[in-house]
Design a protein around this ligand. Structure first.
Ligand code: MN
Ligand code: MN
Length: 456
């Protein structure tokens, strides 16, 4: 008589259980290799090329596409789209859209300075972070530098066991009387997020000897000068790999589950799609955490342009592009809040998602009365309900939190602009936006199952 959630762990067959544990191992490896949006994009495209995907440019050069063709678009090395062509692209697509950018600390354009016998790096945080969480933990540095002559240098320090790491100081508790009285949001300020980068002074150097020594080292390691920081994108992320959590190893703590768990689950699902009836698509967008702006964010037109390029190969124009987008069905794949037994007061018990009960469908997101949200149509939800029932996908419904407690958005509303049916579906995450976040392996598996059922 009453609706009850299913626990994914209890619903597993033996074969499914095997797939779940393997998927979790592969996902941890992906997370470890994909510490930035550029690295995540590299991983995705590497796996796609191995599975036979060709670039959009190559498809255009060949002047011909047909059902089963696998095409990728690499948007500036920071975002990508994978597509398996169905019978008729104009009839619409089944799209799973996630984002591969993650809250982090970016280095400022001129980051390096010296104080207190230490060389330090100034940062500017990216996305919604609790600043105090970034102090007193081991940190890694990743990114690219373009030197004076235009040469590209890839930087990655802090992930290998033998690597040094970096560090942001917090105040010793002994002298924290004033700091401890501040609001949590002000205990550590943005301009205090300065990264310890070096310490040994250059002998006989009077002016800034530690900074001088660090610059000398950087010259040796990367052939770079201080000015080259101006044409670099360097990111500070927590150092170290994703780890199993719990004596039963059922959960994973890792950097960037939001939203690389959706990216990875949908990627694995798509790579198993061979000759779909409807065109199957995965979008891996950048810049979601800062409002989806810029030419790698979802507000940019790269996906639409890709659809136009492919339709043009069959001599179809603008109207066909619009039809294709309007006839599409979209899962906006992004993580959501999870019931936390230590903070039950921020969620409403009848509508909060629980760890282990599968991927979460959120009819709407938004703040203050659904503002800024894509409110999915009941007709579309009904369609998905039947699809998931048929494919035995374990899923649950969920709201981000109590009404008026806060909120958030995803890329859903952007994809809905063209008229497509869109709904939010993603894994419930604990400690979202913390340097290391927590998910259940069961929910990762459920997400993969849901995306696969949908893309098929
Ligand atoms: Mn997200
Ligand atoms: Mn987020």
């Amino acid at each position: 008589m009453f609706y009850e959630k299913t626990n994914q762990w209890e619903a597993l067959t033996q074969a499914q259980s095997k797939r779940l544990w393997q998927l979790a191992e592969d996902y941890k490896n992906f997370l470890n290799a994909a510490k930035t949006e550029r690295l995540a994009n590299d991983q995705i495209l590497q796996m796609a090329k191995k599975a036979g995907y060709i670039s959009l440019e190559e498809a255009v050069r060949k002047r011909r596409v047909r059902r089963g063709d696998k095409i990728y678009l690499d948007q500036k090395g920071k975002a990508s789209v994978l597509m398996v062509l169905g019978e008729d692209l104009e009839e619409g697509m089944d799209i799973v859209g996630s984002h591969i950018d993650v809250p982090r600390l970016d280095l400022k354009p001129m980051p390096l300075y010296e104080e207190g016998n230490m060389a330090l790096l100034k940062t500017h945080y990216y996305g919604g972070v609790k600043k105090y969480q970034w102090t007193a933990i081991p940190l890694a540095l990743h990114g690219v530098i373009f030197t004076k002559d235009g040469g590209r240098v890839n930087v990655s320090i802090g992930e290998k066991p033998e690597d040094p790491v970096f560090y942001i100081n917090d105040l010793l508790i002994h002298l924290s009387a004033d700091q401890m009285k501040k609001a949590l949001s002000e205990g550590i300020s943005a301009e205090q997020l300065n990264v310890v980068f070096g310490h040994i002074p250059e002998k006989k150097q009077k002016d800034q000897p530690v900074k001088a020594a660090v610059l000398k080292l950087l010259k040796e390691m990367y052939g770079m000068e201080e000015e080259d920081f101006l044409s670099a994108e360097l990111e500070i992320v927590p150092a170290g790999p994703a780890r199993d959590v719990g004596v039963d190893r059922a959960m994973i703590c890792g950097h960037g589950h939001d939203d690389r768990v959706s990216a990875y689950a949908s990627l694995c699902a798509l790579l198993e799609i061979k000759k779909p009836k409807r065109t199957a698509v995965c979008i891996f967008a950048d810049k979601e955490e800062v409002g989806s702006v810029g030419n790698t964010g979802m507000e940019s037109k790269y996906f639409e342009n890709m659809v136009a390029e492919i339709l043009a190969l069959n001599a179809k124009g603008e109207l066909a592009v619009r039809r294709s987008l309007a006839r599409s069905r979209v899962i906006s794949a992004d993580v959501t809040a999870c019931f936390d037994p230590s903070f039950p007061e921020v969620t409403e018990k009848f509508n909060v998602a629980h760890a282990g009960c599968g991927i979460v469908m959120s009819k709407y997101t938004g703040v203050r009365g659904k503002s800024g949200s894509n409110d999915a149509n009941a007709e579309f939800i009904s369609e998905l309900r039947r699809l998931f029932a048929k494919n035995k996908v374990v899923w649950q419904s969920g709201e981000l939190g109590k009404v008026d407690q806060g909120g958030g958005g995803t890329i859903a509303y952007i994809l809905a602009n063209s008229g497509a049916e869109v709904v939010d579906m993603g894994v419930p995450v604990l400690s979202m936006h913390a340097p290391f976040e927590l998910i259940s392996k069961a929910d990762l598996y459920s997400a993969y199952m849901a995306y696969k059922a949908f893309l098929q």
